[in-house]
Design a protein around this ligand. Sequence first.
Ligand SMILES: [Zn+2]
Ligand SMILES: [Zn+2]
Length: 176
Amino acid sequence: MIFEIDKIDEEGQSFEVLESKQHFHIDSPDCVLTEDVKIQGRLEKAGQEILCQGLLETSLRVTCTRCLVGFSFPVRSKLNVHFTPQTDNDKPGNEVELTELDFEQEVYEEDRINLSSPVRDLILLSLPQIRLCKKDCAGLCSQCGINLNEKHCDCNKEEPCDPRLAVLQELKDKLK
Ligand SMILES: [Zn+2]
Ligand SMILES: [Zn+2]
């Protein structure tokens, strides 16, 4: 996901890329990238600085925090990256301060920018701490370990699932 800065039009340039899922090495037991990563975006030049904004789409397979079953988690996130050239620390920086806080800051070298690392970060950051296969996932029985979405057990259960988590998930669904 490398772009040569010389080849970016002065007035900005739209792009669309599809990068293979293997490229990102997201392959842990509870989180695997299952689809190639599509990005539609735009590059803008401001002197030596490059702004990249776009929409990232892909899909992960993650493990439910409650019942430990794997499920598909679609990712659709906004990519906002601000690239600045690498400078010696001695040199006075003359970079324009960006006020937008939601831009990820990256440094580039040798007249080319690489989106791989910010894209990987964005994919991983899109995952919530609590990942539920469905918002009312019943989880595992704390006593016998059975998956309560699939079966019932005769254990004595007194605490229902935490309603606060369900509220958070609802809020998240609305923001999508
Ligand atoms: Zn679950
Ligand atoms: Zn049980």
